[in-house]
Design a protein around this ligand. Structure first.
Ligand SMILES: NC(=O)c1ccc[n+]([C@@H]2O[C@H](COP(=O)([O-])OP(=O)(O)OC[C@H]3O[C@@H](n4cnc5c(N)ncnc54)[C@H](OP(=O)(O)O)[C@@H]3O)[C@@H](O)[C@H]2O)c1
Length: 327
């Protein structure tokens, strides 16, 4: 087996997306440890619609490569000089990574590839293979299982422990609260399951730090899934922390049992509701499939230094309150 490749020059896809921003920011915060070039490959649409963000990245020394992710020529040219590719592309374009992998495997410069994972474990147990939201990512893993030169890492973080729209610590709004909510404005929670089932969450800031740690530990991260997280808590413990940080009074509370969640999920898939995939993921999380005997943080030097329930809830309150102020 060849030695693990030490990352120097990094090319990021999807850098301005929800999680891509955090990953790119963390890479830039640690740029000195890579001692090479950092670039993003992005669409002309993003160059146009997010020009301020692109300018801010340029100001931090990032090279900007505009192009079409489906063009083999554009991607091949972009790969030149980069040994590590970090993909953070969104769900609609997960399958486009099949081309990125094929080209990376053949390109003389590219040695490491991080596909867009950063979420639910798509290989938790036998049931994972048939879960609808996992299908595209499973194809990407199958493609990486066939490469011979390329080294790869799947950073598996579970659900995000943040208060931004649709994430686990978000306010869902009265009409959608059955999917689970921690609504700071209304002091209202709907807990999933019986409220006592543990769930492991990772804040988006920690996803960025954990990807950097994986980049910095090529031997430990090589050709495997890293199952990492920030903290583990029950929905009732999360609620208690929200109550403590919002004045100590009890919130109004309801529950969506696992059976009710399954029913909502079935109905959503039956009518092709775009929320169906999210409900499937919440059912998977609520049935304990974010839990492990041991997490992999320690392998990449991140047993400590990740966020706690307290800091995640503090940030979620801030995010929800800022949204409230903008309304
Ligand atoms: N654990 C969780 O709770 C959680 C939550 C959300 C997402 N995730 C995971 O995180 C990863 C990234 O998701 P995200 O939500 O951060 O992605 P996103 O913001 O939807 O998109 C990221 C980037 O992908 C490209 N892209 C997205 N949709 C596209 C389209 N229709 N056509 C062309 N390009 C498109 C764009 O890059 P350019 O503009 O540069 O072309 C975009 O900035 C996914 O694997 C997702 O499953 C996990």
């Amino acid at each position: 087996m060849t030695a693990a490749h030490k990352t120097q020059n990094i090319l990021i896809f999807g850098a301005t997306g929800l999680i891509g921003r955090h990953i790119t920011n963390a890479i830039l915060d640690n740029a000195a440890s890579f001692a090479g070039r950092i670039a993003i490959f992005t669409s002309s649409n993003t160059l146009w619609t997010k020009s301020d963000e692109i300018d801010a990245l340029k100001a931090r020394g990032v090279e900007i490569i505009g192009g079409d992710i489906t063009s083999a020529d554009a991607v091949n040219e972009a790969y030149t000089g980069f040994d590590t590719v970090v993909s953070c592309v969104g769900r609609p374009v997960i399958q486009n990574q099949l081309l990125l992998i094929q080209l990376a495997e053949r390109h003389p410069d590219v040695k490491r590839f991080f596909p867009s994972e950063y979420g639910t474990d798509i290989d938790y147990d036998a049931s994972s293979a048939s879960e609808k939201p996992h299908q595209q990512k499973l194809k990407v893993r199958a493609a990486l299982a066939r490469v011979s030169k390329l080294q790869y890492t799947y950073v598996v973080t579970g659900p995000y422990g943040d208060g931004d729209s649709v994430l686990y610590l978000a306010a869902s709004g009265p009409e959608n609260e059955a999917r689970g909510t921690f609504d700071v404005k209304r002091k209202r929670a709907v807990l999933l399951g019986d409220g006592n089932g543990r769930i492991s969450l990772t804040t988006m800031r920690d996803v960025g730090k954990l990807v950097v740690a994986a980049l910095q530990h090529p031997e430990e991260a090589r050709n495997r899934a890293l199952r990492v997280n920030s903290f583990t808590a029950t929905p009732k413990e999360i609620l208690a922390e929200f109550e403590r940080q919002t004045g100590g009074q009890p919130w109004s509370v309801a529950f969506t049992s696992l059976a009710q969640l399954e029913e909502l999920e079935r109905e959503a898939w039956a009518k092709s509701d775009p929320k169906a995939g999210g409900l499937t993921l919440r059912r998977i999380w609520t049935s304990g499939r974010t839990l492990y005997d041991a997490r992999d943080n320690g392998l990449i030097g991140m047993e400590d230094g990740v966020e706690t329930l307290e800091s995640a809830v503090r940030q979620a309150i801030k995010v929800q309150t800022e949204v409230e102020d903008e309304e």
